[in-house]
Ligand binder design. Structure first.
Ligand SMILES: Nc1ncnc2c1ncn2[C@@H]1O[C@H](COP(=O)(O)OP(=O)(O)O)[C@@H](O)[C@H]1O
Ligand SMILES: [Mg+2]
Length: 237
């Protein structure tokens, strides 16, 4: 069973008397462990697609199956629950809380779970170590570089063990070298922990880190193929 299956998904927004067809006929399957980059010009529907994949919005038409469950018809509360349990988000802005330490920022999503405080802290320390920030637990965001702040945001996204990590222009606020370091981290999380990642980017050098490249134009998929530069993953026994 595919982790994700979109079947004839369309998204239209109404603006007064006009309607905008942001996504028109999207068919997509993604297996667990894939690393997909979505590219396309501004207005091509990238964010609309990410919002549907992230259960932040539902399709106007068609179905979205996540782990075999049709989530396209769920209500807001059910969507929120799936989002909290299954999906991690990383954005261009890091959205860290400025008065909280790195550790406290990473712990935030666990406050809504029943996990004991001591376990929350252990888990958050592990997540920070995973992104290369062991020793920075007590730093405030303002005491960290942009790349370090994005690492904190990635640790926060991973803290609930999501089945899917969504990243919308995650290197957009970083200089080139730091952006490439963040991409190397995503690649490592994908290859070593089989984390499934879907990323939106304008930049072909950023997309080059993923194993599959999808191009959108005018709400349609115009190409979808493996990244020829990536080694073929050996079949698992
Ligand atoms: N909430 C909205 N209301 C009305 N139109 C929208 C809304 N969100 C996106 N659109 C329109 O849908 C199209 C696709 O937008 P979007 O998915 O944000 O594309 P991208 O992320 O590739 O720039 C654009 O024409 C945009 O103006
Ligand atoms: Mg966008």
């Amino acid at each position: 069973m595919a982790l994700i299956r979109l079947h004839q998904v369309a998204k239209t927004y109404s603006r007064g008397v006009y309607t905008v067809a942001a996504l028109r006929d999207i068919n997509l399957e993604l297996e667990k462990g894939e690393f997909l980059s979505i590219m396309g010009p501004s207005g091509s529907g990238k964010s609309s697609l990410m919002h549907i994949l992230g259960c932040l919005d539902t399709p106007s038409q068609g179905q979205f199956y996540l782990e075999g469950v049709d989530v396209s018809s769920l209500d807001r509360d059910a969507l929120a629950q799936i989002r909290n349990e299954k999906i991690g988000f990383v954005f261009q802005q890091f959205y860290l809380l400025p008065r909280l330490s790195a550790l406290e920022n990473v712990e935030m999503p666990l406050l809504y779970t029943r996990l004991a405080a001591s376990l929350r802290s252990v888990r958050a320390r592990q997540a920070l170590a995973q992104v290369g920030l062991a020793g920075r637990e007590e730093h405030l965001p303002s005491e960290l570089s942009g790349g370090e702040q994005q690492r904190v945001a990635i640790a926060r996204a991973l803290i609930n063990n999501p089945v899917l990590l969504l990243a919308d222009e995650p290197t957009g606020n970083l200089d080139t070298a730091t952006g490439l370091e963040i991409m190397a981290l995503f690649q490592q999380l994908n290859q070593e922990q089989e984390l499934t990642i879907i990323l939106v980017t304008h930049d072909p050098d950023i997309a080059a880190f993923s194993s599959r490249l999808l191009m959108l134009r005018d709400g349609l998929i115009i190409s979808d193929h493996p990244n020829p530069a990536m080694p073929v993953r050996p079949a698992r026994s």
